[in-house]
Design a protein around this ligand. Structure first.
Ligand SMILES: C[S@@+](CC[C@H](N)C(=O)[O-])C[C@H]1O[C@@H](n2cnc3c(N)ncnc32)[C@H](O)[C@@H]1O
Length: 201
């Protein structure tokens, strides 16, 4: 594990206020983006979510044969657990998943790869646990590849100091460099948010 800086503690502290804090963003379009993201998952498959947080995506899961929501922070899980009776919750680190190889038809994450310390390691784990030909879908805020890029480099200094949240990651490029096949990148909000669709080779 590479959590020398105490990242889970950040989300333990945020857990009780997380849903309220995200309410305005949800109303402004985040809920619609969550729906669009989860609509790209296969129906009646085996699905893994990483960094499930307080379970904000649970209402949008497709019908599943098996749905597993994994999350590192126990306090976030304590909020999430009240939102589902069918999705299995597992406390784990996305960089070291406790599942066998080729276990899932698909995996997804929303707003998670900004805070994972070693995204390449997490992508390697997703490649391992998702079957060849399976799908990985990500909804992430990233460094925009336009004039806003340098602004996000500056924001990153503050966001890292406050919440260990990276605001200038190039997540699609990292996924590709980790061996995933990028099928599509849908740019949202001037490229600040990317919906990234990948296949496992
Ligand atoms: C900004 S929140 C997003 C939560 C949820 N996915 C959502 O869309 O509302 C980021 C979440 O990722 C989790 N997280 C960060 N790094 C993680 C890791 N390495 N393994 C598992 N969860 C992680 C945090 O604990 C936190 O719950």
């Amino acid at each position: 594990m590479s959590y020398a800086h105490g990242m889970p503690a950040v989300y333990d502290n945020l857990a009780s206020g997380y849903d309220l804090a995200f309410k305005p963003l949800d109303a402004l379009g985040l809920t619609r983006l969550r729906r669009e993201t989860l609509a790209l998952l296969p129906v009646d498959g085996t699905i893994l979510e990483v960094g499930a947080g307080t379970g904000a995506n649970f209402a949008h899961y497709p019908p599943c044969k098996l749905a597993v929501a994994s999350e590192f922070s126990i306090k976030m899980i304590e909020v999430a657990v009240g939102k589902t009776s069918t999705i299995r919750l597992v406390q784990t680190n996305a960089e070291m998943l406790p599942f066998p190889a080729d276990h899932f038809d698909a995996a997804f994450a929303t707003l998670v790869f900004c805070s994972i310390p070693d995204p390449a390691l997490a992508f390697a784990e997703l490649r391992r646990v998702v079957k060849p030909g399976g799908r990985i879908v990500l909804l992430e805020h990233v460094r925009p590849d336009n004039l806003l890029g340098p602004v996000f480099d500056l924001i990153n200094v503050a966001s890292m100091a406050i919440a260990q949240d990276h605001f200038n990651r190039r997540t699609a490029q990292t996924a590709a460099a980790s061996g995933l096949k990028i099928v599509e990148v849908r740019k949202k909000l001037l490229g600040i948010v990317n919906l990234i669709v990948c296949d496992v080779n």
